[in-house]
Design a protein around this ligand. Sequence first.
Ligand SMILES: Nc1ncnc2c1ncn2[C@@H]1O[C@H](COP(=O)(O)OP(=O)(O)OP(=O)(O)O)[C@@H](O)[C@H]1O
Length: 231
Amino acid sequence: MLEIKDLTGGWGRTTVVEHLSLRLDQGECVAVVGRNGVGKTTLLELISGRAQQSSGTIAFAGTDISRMSAYSRARLGLGLVPQNREVFPSLTVREHLNVSARPGRWTQSSVLELLPRLGQRMDNLACHLSGGEQQMLAIARALLGNPRLILMDEPSEGLAPRVVEQLSDVLKAIIADGSLTMLLIEQRIDIAMELSTRYVIMDRGNIVHEGHSTDVLDGSVKLADLIGFEH
Ligand SMILES: Nc1ncnc2c1ncn2[C@@H]1O[C@H](COP(=O)(O)OP(=O)(O)OP(=O)(O)O)[C@@H](O)[C@H]1O
């Protein structure tokens, strides 16, 4: 469903991702892990079309999207939940949900069933929501666009532990639903491994290691050692 070959790109003239190749199959969740600044966000932004690709190809559902605008990629079925959420402070929850809706599996009622808290906040401005609620709103908005592939950038970042647990349950439900493929950046390794079937480790703009998440969960692979975290 997504086939990235020899991808190089970054921001302006700064190259961040170099000669990276990655393949995602329909329905799987792949976790991207690695230290800060190794290019995980840039990889997602290259796929979504908001960073600048200088060479290589990105094929999505059989179409080469390398030269397409971010808007056209979204229309083809690429959804993004960006790192800083990017909700509009002066729009209400209801307005966010109305603006992003496209026909498909996810409707306003199925999204609110998954995220009931948002249903109680429909007429609140996004700027009056807590960090966790804003994250749920960013996820709701992406789901309502009914993407085939969702790119999720550090969803748990900055959230209180209790909210992180709720978020993890929401992501589990989305994956279990089976209608989506997910590429997930998540610094909480335990959550990333529970949600994903495979992981890739990035370092200096490329994938340096990959494997099955169950090997990390059962302790046969020590991910922290491979990533080079200081422990
Ligand atoms: N929107 C952006 N505009 C310009 N430069 C960016 C942008 N996002 C990231 N960068 C730069 O790209 C380089 C790689 O950062 P990136 O955020 O991709 O890494 P990361 O692995 O996601 O790290 P982190 O976990 O800290 O987010 C950094 O030098 C960063 O400053």
